[in-house]
Every structure is written in structure tokens, then in C-alpha cells.
Design a protein around this ligand. Structure first.
Ligand code: CA
Length: 420
């Protein structure tokens, strides 16, 4: 699931924001789906499909769905009257246009309101969350944090018919094969009688913790014992247990922090700040890294130093649980938000350091200009696509080093200006 650079992960994830109860943002990328999404081809006009086109597609798809084990009765009942949704296609095509800085994202993702609502949600579901924690080994505050970011603790689960969104996206083409497979999974949900009809995000993620149908197939559990794996009802038991099951599957280690805010020494080698450099805590300690409060680092095994907002922002020592949260959503900002929200729900401090708020996020056009500039300067960014992937981040680091700037790899306006 990995492979994207820190900045483009934020971009891909954060631009589609839903207001949740007017109190914050919920990143709307489908859980577990976003990392396989290629970027849109910016500036290319592609003709939009139509209702008639969708219906013809459904007719052809029927054979494939039945071959995949969906019954004719389920297929016909579920997709009768399915509607082409042009808005879904627009969202799909434009999803890389906007971006947000991590600090703007965290302001709403881990707002005091979301913390307060989370504490109430934990209080209301204390026994359930404790049973889930005992059975799956995932702390209740972590499960609650995913719940809080994905659906504002169940209050905003998405209101688009999942079958219609998936059929539209499967038919419409850009990532047809992926969405067709999701649609078949969604039909299996209906076939099994787990839910009659269900709504979700434009990309087909649904339920309290925004599972894609394929993740429902692999990871959903019937925790309340009613025979259904129901992620969509008002009772969050199945959804929260499924989330814990998902995190456990990907290797969650109970008791290990996702990360810890740290302070780097003045002379720190910023080329070491990447998830790719993993060292024993003792090595970081020897290099002068301390907790943000100036204390010795706790030893939770080998970890990495991450600067999700560049060297002027908060620094974190992250452990493998960070990568487990990435299985939900690969954006650094998302993972830090889950981690920080879970810390606050557990009564620990939030992020102490400031952020370089004078930097705004680069637009898609600026990200492409940055890549072009890197190429001209002799630093291969791995293409000009607006994605701040690992090659671009490495090129930014190399450029910064050559110019005597701090090589944090952060594609800031400052770097763009230096390239112009
Ligand atoms: Ca159930």
C-alpha cells in the first residue's frame, strides 16, 4: 500500500474534505483505497458518460458479476434503476487539484470540539470499546480516533448510494477495474443480507469507519453476534470491531505509541528524516534527539524521524504502528491526526511545536512547476505530474543540500522560489 511521498499523500487525501457538523473536516478518501489511485491527467478534457451508457455497461457487467458468484436475483434487484452520478465522476477526476497543509488539516481534524465529542463517544461506548480492545489488542482511543476522523463518531457516514457511485466509477473508466471489483464486493454485501442499501462517500467508502466493500469482505466482523457484519447501522459495534480487526491484521502493537513528538538537536543531519531511515532509539538518543519536553527517549524499538511539515514544524519519532495507520490512509497528515487525536483522547498532550504557517500549500500547477524546476536544475523528480512522491522528495533534498538549505525534503514555496 505504500510508495507515495509525504506531500502528495497529503494532497491526495486532504483535498476532498467534508464538513462534519460544522465542526471540522473529515478526510473523505475511501479507507484502504487511496494508495492505488493514479493521478488525474490534468488539463485533459474527457467526455463524461451518461445514464444510457451506464445502463449498457451494467448489461455487459452482469455476465461478469454472475461469473464472480453474484446471483442473478441479487444483481437485478440491486442494480435496477441505478443512476449515473456525474458529480462522482467530477470528484474522481479532480481529486488532486487541491491540497492543504498539515497544520491547516490538524486544526480541524484534531480540534478541541472533536476531542470533546470523542471523549463523550468513548464514554457512551466504554464497555464496547474495552471489549474490542481486549479482543483485538488495539487501544480504545485509537479505534475512537479513526471513528472520529472517518465519520465524526458516526454522525456523518456519507449519503451517496454506494452501488450507484461504484457503478458510475466502474463504468466511467479511469480506474474502472478497481471500482468494478469494489462493486462486486458491494453486491456480495447485499447478497449476504448484511444490509439492504447503504450510503457512503463518493468513492464508495461507507459506514462508521468508511470501509471500502473489499475491506468489508476481508476484515469486517460480526461483533454484536446478530449474524450480520453490519458497518452501517446506528450501533457501531461491528464497525468499530472491524476497524480494530483491520489494524490488528496490519500488525498493530498494543502499547507501542504511533509516534512521539521530539526535539532535534541544532546540528541534526536532516537527511536522516525519512521513514526509510530506521534506527534503534538508542541511536537517535546518541544523536541528540530528545522528547519535546527535553527528556530521554522511551525505547519502543527501532523507529524513524518524520518532519511532516518540514524542519520548521513539529518533529516526530515514529514507530511501526504509524505504518499500520497508513494502511487506513497513507497521508502523513492523516496518520499524525489519528495519532494525536488518540493521544488527546487518552489524556496525553497534543502537539506542542508550532508550524511554519507562513507557508501555504502548493497548488497542482506549482507542484508541477517545482518538478520542472528540479529537472532543469539537474535533480530528477521522477516525472512532472504534481505528485510529491519519493523521487520528488529526494530531488528536493538533493537540491536543498546543493543550495545550502536544510535538506528536509519539504516541497515548500521557499524551494519553489529558489528554483525559479
Ligand atoms: Ca452484527
Amino acid at each position: 500500500m505504500r510508495g507515495a511521498g509525504l506531500f502528495d499523500r497529503s494532497c491526495r487525501t486532504l483535498q476532498r474534505i467534508l464538513l462534519a457538523l460544522g465542526m471540522g473536516v473529515v478526510p473523505a478518501l475511501p479507507a484502504q483505497a487511496q494508495t492505488i489511485l493514479p493521478d488525474p491527467v490534468a488539463g485533459v478534457e474527457v467526455e463524461m458518460g451518461s445514464q444510457a451508457g451506464l445502463e449498457a455497461w451494467v448489461t455487459a457487467f452482469r455476465t461478469r458479476a454472475l461469473a464472480a458468484g453474484v446471483s442473478a436475483a441479487t444483481f437485478d434487484a440491486a442494480l435496477r434503476g441505478v443512476e449515473f452520478n456525474p458529480k462522482v465522476v467530477e470528484r474522481d477526476r479532480n481529486q488532486n487539484e487541491f491540497s492543504k497543509t498539515i497544520w491547516d488539516y490538524l486544526d480541524t481534524a484534531v480540534s478541541d470540539d472533536r476531542v470533546a465529542l470523542g471523549l463523550k463517544a468513548i464514554d457512551r461506548n466504554q464497555a464496547l470499546l474495552e471489549r474490542i480492545e481486549a479482543e483485538f489488542g488495539v487501544e480504545k482511543e485509537v479505534v475512537a480516533a479513526v471513528w472520529g476522523l472517518e465519520s465524526a463518531y458516526g454522525t456523518y457516514r456519507g449519503d451517496l448510494p454506494v452501488l450507484g457511485s461504484l457503478a458510475t466509477l466502474a463504468y466511467e473508466g479511469r480506474r474502472g477495474a478497481f471500482f468494478e471489483a469494489e462493486l462486486i464486493s458491494a453486491l456480495r454485501i447485499v447478497e449476504g443480507g448484511h444490509v439492504e442499501r447503504f450510503s457512503g462517500s463518493w468513492a464508495g467508502a461507507s459506514g462508521h469507519t468508511q470501509f471500502m466493500p473489499s475491506s468489508w469482505e476481508k476484515f469486517a466482523v460480526d461483533f454484536d453476534g446478530d449474524g450480520k457484519r453490519n458497518l452501517w447501522g446506528d450501533d457501531p459495534a461491528d464497525a468499530l470491531a472491524s476497524t480494530a480487526n483491520y489494524l490488528r491484521h496490519w500488525g498493530w502493537t498494543k502499547g507501542q505509541p504511533w509516534g512521539l513528538e521530539v526535539k532535534l538537536p541544532a546540528e541534526f543531519d536532516h537527511e536522516q528524516t525519512t521513514e526509510r531511515v530506521v534506527k534503534p532509539v538508542g541511536d537517535w538518543q546518541a544523536m541528540g534527539v530528545r522528547t519535546v519536553g527535553g527528556e530521554d527517549l522511551p525505547d519502543h524499538g527501532p523507529g524513524s524521524i518524520l518532519l511532516p511539515g518540514g524542519h520548521r514544524g513539529a518533529a516526530f519519532l515514529i514507530w511501526p504502528n504509524f505504518q499500520v495507520i497508513e494502511k487506513y490512509n497513507t497521508a502523513d497528515a492523516y496518520v499524525v491526526a489519528i495519532g494525536s487525536l488518540s493521544d488527546r483522547l487518552a489524556g496525553r498532550a497534543g502537539i506542542q511545536s508550532g508550524w511554519p504557517r507562513e507557508f501555504r500549500a502548493l497548488t497542482l500547477e506549482e507542484r508541477r512547476a517545482l518538478q520542472e524546476g528540479l529537472g532543469r536544475a539537474g535533480f530528477d523528480p521522477g516525472g512532472v505530474d504534481g505528485r510529491m512522491g519519493p523521487k520528488t522528495v529526494a530531488a528536493v533534498k538533493a537540491f536543498q543540500k546543493a543550495r545550502g538549505m536544510v535538506p528536509d525534503g519539504y516541497p515548500s514555496l521557499e524551494v519553489l522560489e529558489a528554483l525559479r
